[in-house]
Design a protein around this ligand. Structure first.
Ligand code: MG
Length: 236
């Protein structure tokens, strides 16, 4: 899983470097494909329920699962979430970042900063003996303090020989502590925060998830193992 995580991190780094005003999300997918091929890894996104790309590209009010397309061109001031995954020797990695295109507004950059901060607050809770939902409680605390919405319809997950394994990892306190966390467990934690509400709509392409109120959203994700020495981020 460390190996898969390294490929995913390299995909995100190459994509981040390629992001500039005028580039299409289709071109970003090509950049990520080159990285997968260079490492000799396989994509867990491509063909997943028919998904046509190796990354998801979600712009502005799109929260997750945006499909890379020649018709989607990034413009100065946009933000775009890149979700990437890879398989090495049968094990999966999964991570996401949100990146500003050129110069972005103060509000957009704060949305991205707080979302990443909420991810790391969640990761800090990934200590053997804590409970699963300590993660979501920490994410939600950071988000609410900043006045941001927390998406509840899409959540993190266990990960291993499958991309999505039980249990779900909500980004909020679901009213109970959940199972005790143990060393050697691996989770994908992925807060999605908005500048407004928490309701979501799936577009007619069957994939793109947008905010119901049209406000912008950010998404950060890592694949993280719980070890005897605390959390280890595989997708760093
Ligand atoms: Mg994920």
């Amino acid at each position: 899983m460390r190996k898969a995580g390294k490929v995913v991190a390299a995909m995100l780094e190459a994509t981040r470097e390629a992001i500039r005003p005028g580039i299409t999300t289709f071109e970003l997918d090509r950049v990520a494909r080159e990285v997968i091929e260079r490492f000799g890894a396989r994509s867990n996104f491509l063909g997943y329920n028919g998904f046509p790309a190796v990354i998801c590209t979600s712009k502005n009010s799109t929260i997750v699962h945006g499909i890379p397309a020649r018709s989607v061109r990034l413009e100065e001031g946009d933000i775009v979430s890149i979700d990437a995954g890879a398989i090495v020797e049968g094990y999966h990695g999964d991570a996401a970042i949100t990146v500003g295109v050129g110069e972005v507004s103060r509000t957009a950059s704060r949305l991205m900063e707080v979302t990443e901060e909420s991810l790391f607050a969640g990761i800090d809770q990934m200590v053997a003996g804590n409970h699963l939902h300590d993660i979501g409680r920490a994410v939600e605390t950071v988000a609410k303090r900043a006045g941001l919405g927390v998406i509840r319809d899409y959540v993190g997950h266990g990960i291993g020989t499958e991309m999505h394994e039980a249990p779900n990892v909500p980004n909020f306190w679901p009213g109970r502590p959940g199972p005790v966390l143990r060393a050697s467990e691996v989770y994908a934690v992925e807060p999605m925060l908005t500048l407004g509400g928490e309701d979501t709509v799936v577009l007619s392409d069957g994939w793109s998830v947008v905010t119901a109120d049209g406000t912008w959203a950010a998404h950060f994700e890592h694949t993280i193992a719980i070890t005897e020495d605390g959390p280890e981020i595989f997708t760093k």
